[in-house]
Design a protein around this ligand. Structure first.
Ligand SMILES: [Mn+2]
Length: 452
């Protein structure tokens, strides 16, 4: 049992945090209205989208700008109105008879405090509740059902302001991601046990879903479950149905709680005493060092450089690399083994927005010249949630280029060939950067609190 003692106390506690969250967001959005000059911001949850030439819809996932306000990730046709003239946000819920589908997702108990809820039957009716001022509505949604002028629909001035403020997560948002970590841990353990029992990748993913009691469509992102060489495929989604003789296993999977995600990766060796098991242990130490190197004001670009150096050092320790970590880094050789960034913001988007903004006006902190694809460039701020996920992989396509290139002699290719059958390693935790400087590792805490 966690800090709440009973499920009832937990529900009351989260509902209280949610009411506080609504108040905090409402006040932040009032400032955005002042800054941008709109009367109101209206955010749609989105419309269910039909598949081409078919009568079936794709799985629905609500607009992340909407999820930042409401835990209705599966409910289409909702609109939230934040008006300068109102005391609380207003939520419009579509109420039409539908005998074909299950009743739409409702708000959890206690989540209706601090909100005005209005039912509507058509867009025409909805519009009677909205600002009548020409150009007064800033509308944020994938489609422009309100038929507003182009500069009112997804106005960049408004979304930049929203993305800038969303970096600092409220206590409610932090608790959602914390809970999403807690719920993912038993699922990660079930997946590990399925791997050790010789299950196929698809069976492992099924064990994961069963243990966290979620459907595939409820996952914050598609489960990555790679056995052996597949651990080197960064986004291995096409899970194999045939069991393989197990050597190694990488699982990257989270859980969504009230529309907020956990994003957790673990890597396991089948043979506990093997060299690959030792390499995982060393990457685990590296990962914890990189977590500790973060904090308020820390620069993600510099942390990324540090992570490349540390991964190069692991390669040197295992005699894969014959030259120093610094020399490998300078020649950009480590990136062939670690071709992604150290981490990203986490929130209602798994890759949350705003991590490259210098200010609320949308100016960007320049990206790293060496790693132009990095999502995060802006210094970490208080109450932000970051993932820290260094990796070390043996990716045949990248290794072949290296083997044929001018730096080939800097590697011990018999050692590279030994590790290729294991695929690779990634270890990923979710970290809250607290205002008092404390770094809370939601993932390690959740693993530590739950008995195997
Ligand atoms: Mn991640």
């Amino acid at each position: 049992m966690n800090q709440y003692e009973t499920p009832e106390k937990k529900a009351v506690s989260i509902a209280k945090l949610y009411t506080q969250h609504l108040g905090e967001k409402f006040s932040r959005f009032q400032s955005i209205l002042e800054e941008t000059g709109f009367d109101e911001i209206v955010i749609g949850s989105g419309e269910s989208k039909m598949q081409f030439a078919d009568d079936m819809a794709y799985p629905f996932k609500a607009n992340p700008y909407f999820r930042e306000w409401l835990p209705l990730a599966k409910r289409a046709g909702c609109y939230l109105q934040i008006s300068a003239a109102a005391a609380v946000p207003r939520l419009f819920l579509l109420n039409v008879e539908d005998i074909w589908h299950t009743a739409p997702e409702a708000l959890p108990a206690g989540f209706d405090q601090g909100l005005e809820i209005v039912e509507y039957a058509s867009i025409k009716e909805l519009k009677t509740h909205l600002s009548k001022t020409e150009g007064g509505i800033a509308f944020i949604n994938e489609t422009n059902e309100l038929g507003l002028a182009a500069d009112c629909w997804n106005s960049k001035a408004v979304t930049d302001q929203i993305d800038f403020q969303r970096r600092a997560k409220t206590p409610y948002e932090q608790e959602c991601v914390r809970e999403a970590n807690r719920q993912a841990v038993p699922a990660h353990r079930a997946a590990y046990q399925a791997f050790m029992a010789g299950a196929s990748e698809l069976e492992i993913a099924a064990a994961y879903l069963a243990a966290c009691n979620q459907s595939e469509n409820e996952m914050p992102y598609a489960i990555i479950a790679g056995v052996n060489e597949h651990a080197a495929v960064l986004h291995h989604h096409n899970l194999f149905k045939q069991p393989q003789t197990p050597r190694s296993f990488l699982i990257d999977a989270g859980v969504a709680v009230n529309g907020y995600a956990s994003d957790i990766t673990r890597t396991y060796a089948f043979e506990p005493g093997s060299e690959f098991a030792e390499m995982i242990r060393m990457m685990d130490t590296v990962q914890l060092e990189l977590v500790a190197a973060g904090g308020i004001g820390k620069c993600p670009i510099e942390l990324n450089v540090l992570s490349q150096l540390k991964v190069a050092e692991v390669l040197r320790q295992f005699d894969v690399l014959k030259v120093s970590a610094e020399e490998a880094f300078d020649a950009d050789l480590s990136a062939a083994f670690y071709p992604h960034g150290l981490g990203h913001h986490l929130g209602s988007n798994v890759h949350d927005r705003g991590s490259n903004l210098a200010n609320a006006q949308g100016d960007k902190v320049p990206a790293s010249e060496k790693y132009p694809k990095l999502r995060s460039s802006a210094p970490m701020v208080a109450n932000q949630i970051h993932t820290v996920e260094p990796g070390l992989y043996f990716i045949p396509a990248l290794l072949e280029k290296l083997r044929a290139g001018k730096h080939a002699a800097k590697f011990n290719w018999s050692r590279v060939d030994k590790f290729i059958p294991y695929g690779g390693i990634r270890i990923e935790d979710n970290i809250v950067v607290h205002g008092d400087g404390r770094l809370e590792n939601l993932t390690r805490d959740a693993f530590a609190a739950s008995a195997f």
